[in-house]
Every structure is written in structure tokens, then in C-alpha cells.
Ligand binder design. Structure first.
Ligand SMILES: [Zn+2]
Length: 462
């Protein structure tokens, strides 16, 4: 099969310690070679991406695709398009659909719908308990064989410690994590926001920090007792960070993720009853935000995950107390974090790329998030530095519950490739990757590679 050569990109691949201008050759959907110069041969397809950056495709361990049952907010297809537009090539999707993904049929449904969408790789997360009712554990072995990559009752905590203990025992035998939404349902009650000065001022019921941190402490204790792997979803409070840090010091198999919104927003963003600042766990205070950033930097928190949570405008345009929790996040994650952390010099670009690629891959113990020769040619091609206004048209989700619309961003995903095939191209890219008709000679044509269609695509879920 013919070879594709991508020339003059700046490759940023933390898994190989690469950051520099290199050429790359792809064949049969796999990275064949990365070298300072790859000479095109006759028959090669050649693209010049001068001025653009190439990263391994991003991996999101925490998304909600809403199908089946919530198709007005998102479908597996629209969620995949949103992922591709954000540079994500592999996403895990949570089981809190209607019905809940707690059977082999449910897992097969997600896998087959994702294959039909023919876009990014989708790994279903199956429920810990039947119907996410917290009472009866699912058949984890069967669900894993059907394709589930992890277990979670996300949206809700597993309140019963005995069930969590058994879930950690089972999953330790099959080598996958329990991804836990840590929240004490009794402490949270009907709270809508973080309990503090802002909740008092707005007269809203608060959720205390200990609602999360006591469950984090309980869950790491159960992981220590069972040898199971607990992955703490969307860490929000500084006490939770401390509990994870301590557990890691003691050798507990605990990993953790943080969302772009908890890294960039606080409960002050709720002022004015902003429904796009209403999420679970709630946005805490500036000190918590700083603790989360420090924890990501020192490795206490392993990776970034979006908790992409689409809600239709109907549902979200509501009085604050009635509005659902959560915001979408896949399209905005990279532009936002690049603009907020890399551009001002707090993080090197490779740090952000690592936390979106090889770091989440390590959480689930998979050899992904790398452009090492032999790896699938999953990549995000990035344009950095040009300012633009982030708008509705940049969203591919069916929902637009995004707090960053109207914000000036200075990084964008120019193109996303899965298995070497383009699944997303930015429509307004300045200096588009140029196909070169004859090896070595620049073409004047502005044709871009054919967009992948559902039928021809070979992307499969892993
Ligand atoms: Zn959650």
C-alpha cells in the first residue's frame, strides 16, 4: 500500500522525548518512520505541514456520549465528531445512558455504533452495579470480554463500601480500573454548588469539600486492602489531593484525573447564576484550583480528562437549581489549556501533550499515546499562536453548554488523524497542510486529503 509522508512538522511526542522539526512516514495506518528527513519516493502521498505541530492523538478517559436514551443532547456519532475536533483519537465513554451500559448487549451497542460512526476509537466503560443502582454488582468478566475497558457508576458514587470492595477485587483479577465519582450522597444532599462564601451569597445549597474527600479516603483504603486499582475521577478539592498524595506514597494503586474546568475555573464563576459553571463535583475555591495544578505538576494527579457532559439547551436553560450538572469539553480542552497554561509559560507544550496522551494511556495500562514506529498513526496536528474567537461553530457536539464560547483562544486543532486517515480538518486553518503532487515539488493545488467516510474507514475500537 502507498505511503504517506508528512514533511516539516514539529513533532511533540513526550513518550519518545521528541520535540523538533521532523518528517514522518505512515503506511497501512501505522507510523513507519520518524526522521529529520524522509525522502518521498514515487507513489507516496506527500503533505507539507510547515509551521504546524504534530502530537500523538489525545486520549480522554472520561466522556458522556448520551446514546442510547439522550440523543437530543449527544449521539455516539456527534460525540465522536466532537472528539475529533478536539484532537482526541481515543475516548472512554461512561455508562450512565438510558438504559445503563451494564450488559454485554449494551457494550456491543456502543462498540458497533462507534464503528459505524467511523471516526475516533471509543472504549465503553461499563457500570459497576446493575442500573447504577448501587445494589448488585455487574458481571464484570463478561463485560470486559465484550469490550468494556473500565468500570464506573459515574454520575453517582458507589455508596456501599462492601460493593466497592468486591468491585476492586474482581477488577484486580481482570486488570482494569474502577473509575470512581467520589461523592458522599448524604453530604452532598441537594447541594448545587461548592459550600462557601459564594453559595452563601447566592443563597444556593452548598456541597462541602468533605463530600468528595471522605470518599477518596475510603476508596484508597479499599484499594489498599484489596490490591485493586482505583481511578479517582475529576478531582476538585485540595483535601482529596492530599489523600491521593498520601496513598501514592504508601504504594496504593491509585490514579487520578483533573478536568480543564477545575484547572481554570472557581466557584466565583458561578456568580450571576451561570449554569455553565454548575458541575459535579462543584468548582471549589482558588486555593483548590492551585492545589489541583500543583498536583498535576508533581504527578499526584496523573492526567487530564474532560468529563464532556452534553446537555440540551432546553435542559440547561433553566433556573440554576433545576439546571443539570456538567459542561461539554472535548473541543475546547486543548485550545483552552494551551492558551491558559502553555502560552503564559507555566507549562512546556510537551507537558500538556503528555497529560493528554501517554499519561492517560498509562492509567489504563495501554501502549497508546505515542508516535513510535509501529504505533497506530493517531495524531493531532496543531496550529499554535494565531488568536481566534472560540464560537458555536467550533463545536461538533449536539450541545453547546460550554462556558468558553466567545473566549479568545490561541491554539487550535488543525487536523486529526486516526489510523492515518483524516477524521477532522479545521475549516478556517491559516496555512492549511498542503498536499504535494509530485515528491519534492510543491503543488499549487489546494486540494486536501479526502475526508474519511463511514464506509471506507478502517478505524476500529480497540
Ligand atoms: Zn462524575
Amino acid at each position: 500500500m502507498s505511503r504517506t509522508v508528512i514533511r516539516n512538522g514539529t513533532i511533540v511526542d513526550p513518550s519518545q522525548g521528541l520535540h523538533g522539526r521532523m518528517d514522518m512516514a505512515l503506511r497501512n495506518g501505522v507510523v513507519e518512520d520518524i526522521a529529520p528527513e524522509v525522502r518521498p519516493e514515487s507513489g507516496d502521498k506527500v503533505f507539507d505541514v510547515q509551521g504546524l505541530y504534530i502530537a500523538p492523538g489525545f486520549i480522554d478517559l472520561h466522556t458522556h456520549l448520551r446514546e442510547p436514551g439522550g440523543e437530543s443532547a449527544e449521539t455516539i456519532e456527534s460525540g465522536c465528531r466532537a472528539a475529533a475536533a478536539g484532537g482526541f483519537t481515543t475516548i472512554y465513554c461512561m455508562p450512565n445512558t438510558r438504559p445503563v451500559c451494564d450488559t454485554e448487549t449494551g457494550v456491543h451497542y456502543v462498540v458497533s455504533r462507534a464503528a459505524r460512526a467511523g471516526c475516533v476509537r471509543v472504549i465503553p466503560v461499563a457500570a459497576v452495579t446493575k442500573g447504577q443502582q448501587g445494589e448488585e454488582i455487574t458481571n464484570m468478566g463478561r463485560l470486559q470480554r465484550a469490550g468494556a475497558g473500565a468500570f464506573s457508576d459515574d454520575g453517582y458514587p458507589v455508596m456501599n463500601a462492601e460493593i466497592m470492595r468486591r468491585a476492586l477485587e474482581y477488577t484486580s483479577m481482570i486488570g482494569v480500573p474502577v473509575m470512581e465519582h467520589c461523592e458522599d450522597a448524604n453530604l452532598s444532599g441537594s447541594g448545587a454548588v461548592h459550600e462557601g462564601a459564594v453559595s452563601l451569597k447566592l443563597g444556593l445549597r452548598g456541597i462541602p469539600r468533605v463530600s468528595e474527600s471522605t470518599m477518596v479516603s475510603r476508596n484508597v483504603a479499599l484499594a489498599a486492602a484489596t490490591g485493586g486499582h482505583i481511578h479517582i475521577c475529576h478531582v476538585s478539592a485540595r483535601e482529596s489531593v492530599e489523600a491521593i498524595r498520601e496513598a501514592k506514597r504508601n504504594g496504593v494503586h491509585v490514579t487520578a484525573e483533573v478536568t480543564p474546568h477545575h484547572l481554570t475555573m472557581t466557584d466565583k464563576d458561578v456568580l450571576g447564576y451561570n449554569v455553565n459553571a454548575k458541575m459535579k463535583p462543584p468548582l471549589c475555591e482558588e486555593e483548590d484550583r492551585e492545589a489541583l495544578i500543583a498536583a498535576l505538576e508533581d504527578g499526584t494527579i496523573d492526567c487530564i480528562a474532560t468529563d464532556h457532559a452534553p446537555h440540551s439547551a432546553n435542559a440547561k436553560d433553566n433556573v440554576f437549581d433545576e439546571a443539570p450538572f456538567g459542561i461539554i469539553g472535548m473541543e475546547s480542552a486543548f485550545p483552552l489549556l494551551f492558551t491558559e497554561f502553555v502560552l503564559p509559560g507555566r507549562w512546556p507544550l510537551e507537558f500538556l501533550v503528555e497529560k493528554l496522551t501517554v499519561a492517560p494511556a498509562a492509567v489504563v495500562n495501554r501502549p497508546w499515546g505515542t508516535l513510535q514506529p509501529g504505533s497506530p498513526a493517531d495524531m493531532a496536528i496543531l496550529q499554535l499562536g494565531q488568536p481566534y474567537t472560540f464560537e458555536r461553530r467550533h463545536l461538533h457536539s449536539r450541545s453547546s453548554n460550554c462556558p468558553w464560547l466567545g473566549r479568545t483562544m490561541k491554539g487550535r486543532v488543525a487536523m486529526t488523524l486516526v489510523g492515518g486517515l483524516p477524521v477532522y480538518e479545521s475549516p478556517d486553518l491559516y496555512g492549511k497542510p498542503q498536499p504535494v503532487e509530485k515528491p519534492g515539488r510543491k503543488s499549487t493545488s489546494t486540494k486536501t486529503p479526502k475526508r474519511k467516510t463511514g464506509k471506507s474507514n478502517k478505524a476500529t475500537t480497540r
